[in-house]
Design a protein around this ligand. Sequence first.
Ligand code: NCD
Length: 311
Amino acid sequence: MKNTLFGKDILSTRNITKDEASSIFRRADELREIVQTKGSTDILRGKILTALFYEPSSRTYASFISAMQRLGGGIIPLNGMTNTSVAKGETLEDTIHVFDSYGDCIVMRHPEVGTSVKAAVYAKGPVVNAGDGTGEHPTQALLDVYTIRRHFPSLQGTTVTLVGDLLNGRTVHSLIMLLALYTPSRINLVSPNELRMPEEYVAYVQKTGIRVSQTDILNDVVSTTDVLYATRVQKERFSDVKVYERLKHRYVITRDTMKLLKKDTILMHPLPRVGEISPDIDGDPRALYLREQVPNGMYVRMAVLSLILKK
Ligand code: NCD
C-alpha cells in the first residue's frame, strides 16, 4: 500500500484519514515491539529532526527527541527560543528556512494558533504541529486514540466524555475530530459555561451522526461513560487570573468519582495535571495517563516520524 503520509505535514487531525491513522497505529505496534526487544532501530539513520519549541513542554518535546533517536536519526533540540536568533527578532520565515535546510523535518510548538500552518508554507520538509496555542495538538490525539483503541478496538457503541477546559485545550480539539473517524455513539462535553468546546468542532462531529451532549455537571454522565478524558484549565490563556482561580478546580476526579465509573471505563489525561485528578487513584487499573498514554506517546511519535520521513 502506498504511504500517503510520506512528506506530509501533520498540522491538524482534520487532514488525517482513517487509513493513515490505521497505518500509524500499526507502525506504532511494530515499533513498540522493537523498542521492547532491542531498544532502537536505524530506519531513520541519516535523517535529522529539528524540535522548535517556543512554548514549555516536557512530554511532547522529550518523546519526539527520544522517538527520533530510537529510530537512529539525529536531532536539533531547541526547547525555548531565548538562545536563538528568534530572541534577536528574526522572522518566522527566516527561522524556518534555516532549520529546513539543516534538518529533514520540523516539529514545532508555538503560542499562536496557526503558526505551524505558516511554517509549513515556508518549509520544504514536513512540519509537525506539536501544539499551536489554543488550536490543535494532532500527535497527542493520535496517541490518545491509539491508547483508547487498545482497550476498545471498535469505538462503535461507546460513550466518550471530555471534561475540563474545552475552549482553550488544544488536545481536545484535535481529539474530538480524530474520534469522529471512529464514530462512538455519543460524546459528552463537560465544562463550565465559560470554557465550552468551540462550535466549529461540535458541528464537525455532529455531521458524522455522533450524538453530542453539553453539560456542566460531570456526575450526570460518569456512570454511562466508557472513556473519561480529563484536561487542565489552561492558566496561560486567561487574561484575568481571578477567573482562572474560580474555574481551575471545578472538576476533580477523586476516589468517589471512580466509584461511579464502570469497571472497564478508562480514565485519561494528556498531562500535566494540576489538581484535576487526585494522585491517590493513580494505582487504579482504569487510570491510563501515566501507565499507558506516556509510553504510547513515544511509540506513536516514532510511527509518525518513520512514515513522514521514509517512503
Ligand atoms: C498538553 C498541551 O501542551 O497542550 N500537554 C501535552 O502536550 N501533553 C496539555 C496541557 O498542557 O494541558
